[in-house]
Design a protein around this ligand. Sequence first.
Ligand code: NAD
Length: 502
Amino acid sequence: MSLQAQAKQLLDDLGVDPDRYTGGAMSSFSPVTGEQISALTPDSVETVADTIARAKAAFRVWRTIPAPKRGELVRLMGEELRASKEALGRLVSIEAGKSPSEGLGEVQEMIDICDFAVGLSRQLYGLTIATERPGHRMMETWHPLGVVGVISAFNFPVAVWSWNAALAFVCGNPVVWKPSEKTPLTALACQAILERALARFGAAPVGLSQVLIGGADVGNALVESHDVALVSATGSTRMGRIVGPKVAARFGRTILELGGNNAGIVCPSADLDMALRAVAFGAMGTAGQRCTTMRRLFVHDSVYDALVPRLIKAYESVSVGNPLETQALVGPLIDKQAFDAMQASLEAARAAGGTVHGGAREAVASNAAYYVRPALVEMPAQTGPVLEETFAPILYVMRYSDFDAVIEDHNAVGAGLSSSIFTLDMREMETFLSARGSDCGIANVNIGTSGAEIGGAFGGEKETGGGRESGSDAWKGYMRRATNTINFSRELPLAQGVVFDI
Ligand code: NAD
């Protein structure tokens, strides 16, 4: 069966109306074979305005429903996702080219965040704060914020929406989602799954969750709307540089989850077998198309020759292939543009004195699909393409001899998402995690840079945008805080002892 037919079958099973993805002018393709799998009708700037207006009306109702009741909707969402896990995971694999286990893993992440958000719906705590005035009480309360616009990237086509939506819903906000134009089908499927939860829930307002189909212009309409209180945008730093200032100019709020240039440091005491597996998965998994993919590796002189040749062997032997039909660990790049960007970076690395292992295109599936052997590049120094994220499986490997200097190098790039150190030395580990260590939002010890759990706050510093999503107290980004002072005395004492007698 063609991938188009397989996708149609899955979409039918998931309850998506075929009119949404057939007969339109916007094509989407499967990276697995390069074949077209849909022809959608994109939303216009006018339909975006109507969509936002519906969301705004939904907000007026949803914000008044008690948070634990809102949590019940998210509980049902988790149930529906469990029921649809196989089909949605498979659709992710077809549309984004992930292996079956990665496709299912992404849906599992959605289920996990629903579970987290259900508990959270009873824990949206504010503080009670000591006041200096007698007969007064001071507290803070957290209120729903408003319409949340979610703009997402192709590489986590469904999980990123759920991280935002599950939290936004329990926090009392409607969501308008503009998925990547490269992965619209999985977004339509998520909406259909959620609609089943909404039908069972019964009391949710129309417009609580909506999907907009289109490219940057449709995303921009969300970004510029004064009725979108929060824009949560996941994608390249290039996109964030445009979106961030536009939302700031209207004093809107953003959660920016942008590019990464994540590094690992392998120290003299490292467990090299463990480091080898962690680096191999972190750098080659998902064909290097995770925001947390390991892209730079600093290896201490004393262990370089024991580790790097083994790593090169792993690069030479890792299975590259059709993720739907083989057990291959490395699937396709998303498209030709990604392949060209990878080749350009490898060329720049060679020009900067790098020795490139791998990186060539492999004949898999069809001419329209882009499979590559992952590339490991031994670099004399951290220069040229090493300083930028190329969204492809390239790992730049560099030697180091001085621990303080390697921390400096580690931090000397624009992005600040994820990082890891491999060491059994307590001083190195704690230094890496300390204020003078890694400057990233995620800093790991003896595991790779990718594969975060939903319980922690996810996001990064500097050119990664500073946003936090998912666990910990990331929910605060989806609510507004009010400080309330209540006077239950018969006096009116002013703060700081100010006298104002009239
Ligand atoms: P991209 O920036 O090309 O597109 C991301 C989304 O932004 C798409 O929906 C796109 O339509 C939209 N968009 C682009 N320009 C826009 C504009 N001017 N206004 C409004 N919307 C706009 O990214 P991509 O190629 O889909 O994804 C890969 C990138 O995403 C990588 O840089 C990766 O590191 C990053 N990413 C980051 C995270 C994270 O959590 N930090 C997670 C996943 C991916």
